[in-house]
Design a protein around this ligand. Sequence first.
Ligand code: ASP
Length: 342
Amino acid sequence: MKKILFLFLLLILSCQQAIKKETIDKSTFGIVIHGGAGTILRANMTPEQETGYRSVLAQAIEVGHTILKNGGSSKEAVEKTINVMEDSPLFNSGKGAVLNSEGTIELDASFMDGSNLDAGAIAGVRTIKNPISAAIKVMENSPHVMLSGKGADTFAAEQGLEIVSPEYFYTKRRINALMRVKESEAKKKGLTSNVEEVFLKHQRYGTVGCVALDLNGNLAAGTSTGGMTNKKWNRIGDAPIIGAGTYANNATCAISATGWGEYFIRSVVAYDISALMEYKGLSIQEAARTVIQDKVAQLGGDGGIIGIDQQGNVAMEMNTLGMYRAHMDSKGKLTVKIYKDE
Ligand code: ASP
């Protein structure tokens, strides 16, 4: 009897060892980024512009991939990768963000940790060089999930994050974009017009996002944006809203969205993809397709998402003509795409 008990205990112990080994030995990791979705056409892009976008996307994803390869967390990979895109004037986040109707720049960002469903977000900030880093600080060093406006700027400064003057974010391209919207607005003498809406569709893109799976099987997602050109009344989009623009849960997936924020908030895009996986057993690609091609499109919204699940499966779904995007898997295979038909 004692012998049987001993053998049974031995069996349990070796099973535990095997489970532990399985967790530690995981060799799958991956990272996906986007740099905004919209009417991105070959005809409107010079070869130099295209090369510029592709090389910053490759540079950014390489940073996160190196972190993951060396056993770093998905949180660090997401933050550092987004920092590269925030520092690039090409994207609508950090430097190069779009202007609001007053000609100033208000930035939104959020981050979610899939291992514990912890999250942080900031909205309408004006002086934080890297908003995604501030969102992570909110998650780690405050009792709150979302801070906005001046208070969020003050918090970031207190946390020792780099603070810059509002002028740092300005680029000529975004100033011109606002001027064009204002001109069409003046012509229409209304607050919004079809012309403006069409123009916004073309000018909005450039939000950045990153999702990652690390060697410990943890998922994370982050999104950072300047929002929409000519936005009014301290408008806040989907990017800083957990469940709309950003969501991560180790049980399902990590998602970062980009598109017409109002529709993405109403469709609770990022969480809906996760919920379809959790409750209906859909794959990440099926869930993303359902939400972007059916649900968002039916409401009249446009945009896209990037996502990754715990097995490293990836989704890059859009209902626009393009989305700046890149993926790098455990083996270091890099894919960089811009147009929908690539
Ligand atoms: N979703 C962002 C917003 O509505 C804009 C974008 O992703 O293009 O603020």
